[in-house]
Design a binder for this molecule. Structure first.
Ligand code: HEC
Ligand code: HEC
Length: 168
């Protein structure tokens, strides 16, 4: 007859400790990954926003500007950073509502953004202090607003440093 209980008990507890350590390690890794994704996972995508607000630049993450900034921008689309980004009233209404709900939810966004720009926000300037003045002026960059110049997956809401490549 097989003696099932005959397993050496020390080996068993050893392996369960190992799998416990592995589990803790993995969940820590998972949390770090979620954090890097700029909270995108928790924000349901709005197809209308992708459609209307990603024609001239990426659809900037809603969480990266305070709700008050989004409100001012959405109320002034005919005079949008020197261009006309007008939309029909229904689209403005739908996008505004969504931006009000998710504005300011990125972890570092707490105060107002000068000129209602992500790129003028204190956290943005701090996070980019290693980027030289020359780099910002490169033809391949043109403007700090051009996230895709360096963040290769910015359009997916991914600003993880693994996917940063600064052009030369
Ligand atoms: C017709 C082109 C166009 C459309 C459409 C457009 N934008 Fe823009 N947007 C611009 C330009 C140009 C800038 C300034 C970019 C620069 O300074 O390099 C800008 C800048 C921005 C910025 C500031 C980026 C920064 O520097 O932090 C935000 C936020 C923004 N747009 C949101 C929106 C939203 C929301 C919509 C949709 C309702 C939208 N845009 C649609 C042209 C457009
Ligand atoms: C000239 C290149 C460049 C451009 C353009 C740029 N970034 Fe960055 N960004 C960087 C570098 C370099 C870092 C620092 C990477 C690191 O070490 O974490 C960074 C870091 C970040 C971080 C912090 C990531 C983290 O997890 O700590 C965020 C968020 C971010 N950028 C958002 C943006 C947004 C939004 C735009 C466009 C409005 C933008 N960046 C434009 C180069 C750039």
């Amino acid at each position: 007859m097989l003696n099932i209980k005959r397993q050496p008990s020390s080996a068993q507890s050893n392996s369960s400790i190992k799998s416990l350590i592995l589990m803790i390690g993995l969940s820590g890794f998972h949390l770090a990954m979620a954090d890097d994704k700029a909270n995108q996972a928790s924000i349901p995508a709005l197809p209308k926003y992708q459609q209307e607000c990603a024609a001239c630049h990426i659809a900037y993450p809603a969480g990266m500007l305070p709700a008050a900034s989004w409100k001012r921008l959405m109320n002034n689309l005919p005079n949008h950073f020197g261009t006309d980004a007008s939309l029909d009233a229904a689209s403005v209404q739908q996008i505004s509502q969504w931006l009000q709900q998710y504005g300011g939810t990125y972890k570092r966004v707490t105060t107002d953004a000068p000129q209602d720009r992500i790129t003028k926000s204190a956290w943005f300037v701090r996070k980019h202090d290693e980027v030289s003045a020359q780099t910002w002026k490169l033809a391949a960059v043109k403007s700090p607003s051009n996230c895709m110049a360096c963040h290769q997956q910015a359009n997916l809401g991914d600003f993880n440093e693994q996917h940063v490549r600064i052009p030369r």
